[in-house]
Design a protein around this ligand. Structure first.
Ligand code: UDP
Ligand code: MN
Length: 300
């Protein structure tokens, strides 16, 4: 079994970095530039004093400057990690966004690792024929088109769980699920892999940690459990004639509140140019595409 990357990173005021796992706890001074090897996984020792790099429950929050990208890639290659990217492109969203997402993923998403794209669509014949790099492939899964965009969004969970069970689990250790209306603009690499990974949207909300459903992932086992559980709670709501305010995102947040993610991605991993400049963001890795809901969403 691949050693868990969830070795806990804790950033303390005195700019020391404390590593903990079940067996040991070690303090390293910032002058220690070496990588520290725990349970076979080399982990970064660098710290960022200006941002939160650890959640209340002890999971790392990943920011630029905290990790050595090459080291992560080497470790994951050594451990034969592989990743599936799932994305829905139903109705008008396919023509509007899919090609840009896939082309940008070829340049920036897990470039060091084998990647399988899973495109869920109602119009398989319209999936663009993109030249993929070595060790990268694309599979198309036909899905039903639901008339209400809220249903499209919610039924994702069932379709992802089914695909993991029938296919993905044979090929990929990790699964990342993305909205299609996004573009990769910088490295989105193996530092983002973990048993359960969420994107912090706390920068947009006040108060508690809040996850963004446009990006989530983890080991296939965890993502299967996550999507199955969300689907079940969505269906229970439907039976009670209820619909959560933010649809699948509300259900995902409830799941992640009960099962804390072991790795949290900073806003670098999903950003909107509309938000503007932020001093602690040294890089942007994934950007929201322009949204034209009026023309794109199916209305009945
Ligand atoms: N989606 C789709 N077709 C639709 C509506 C949604 O393929 O008609 C998929 C697509 O991947 C999209 C995701 O569902 O990115 C979530 O919907 P949207 O991006 O509109 O939601 P928001 O980002 O506003 O939460
Ligand atoms: Mn979206």
């Amino acid at each position: 079994m691949f050693p868990s990357p969830e070795t806990i990173l804790h950033h303390s005021q005195n700019r020391e970095v404390i590593w903990k796992n079940n067996h040991r706890s070690t303090t390293l001074s910032p002058s220690s530039k070496k990588h520290y090897v725990l349970a076979g996984l080399s982990v970064p020792t660098r710290s960022r004093g200006d941002v939160q790099t650890c959640t209340d429950w002890g999971s790392p929050v990943i920011w630029d400057g905290m990790f050595d990208p090459d080291h992560y890639d080497q470790e994951h290659r050594r451990n034969h990690s592989s990743v599936s990217l799932t994305v829905f492109a139903v109705g008008r969203y396919l023509d509007a966004y899919l090609e840009a997402l896939l082309l940008s993923a070829e340049r920036h998403f897990m470039v060091a690792l084998p990647v399988t794209y899973y495109v869920f669509t109602d119009v398989p014949e319209r999936v663009p024929d993109i030249q993929l790099g070595p060790e990268r492939s694309l599979k198309v899964v036909r899905v039903q088109r639901h008339s209400r965009w809220q249903d499209i969004s919610m039924m994702h969970m069932r379709a992802i769980a089914d695909a993991i069970e029938s296919q993905i689990r044979q090929y990929s250790r990790y699964v990342f699920c993305f909205d299609v209306d996004q573009v990769f603009v910088g490295r989105f690499g193996s530092e983002a892999l973990g048993d359960s990974v969420a994107l912090s949207r706390a920068y947009m909300e006040t108060g508690d940690f809040y996850c963004h459903a446009a990006v989530f992932g983890g080991s296939w086992q965890t993502v299967k459990n996550m999507t199955e559980t969300c689907y079940q709670t969505i269906m229970e709501d439907k039976e009670n004639q209820m619909e959560a305010l933010w649809h699948d995102e509300s259900h995902l947040n409830k799941y992640l509140w009960l099962h804390k993610p072991s790795r949290v991605l900073s806003p670098e991993y999903c950003w909107s140019s509309d938000i503007g400049y932020r001093g602690d963001m040294h890089v942007t890795r994934l950007l929201w595409a322009k949204k034209n809901y009026d023309t794109l969403r199916v209305t009945v």
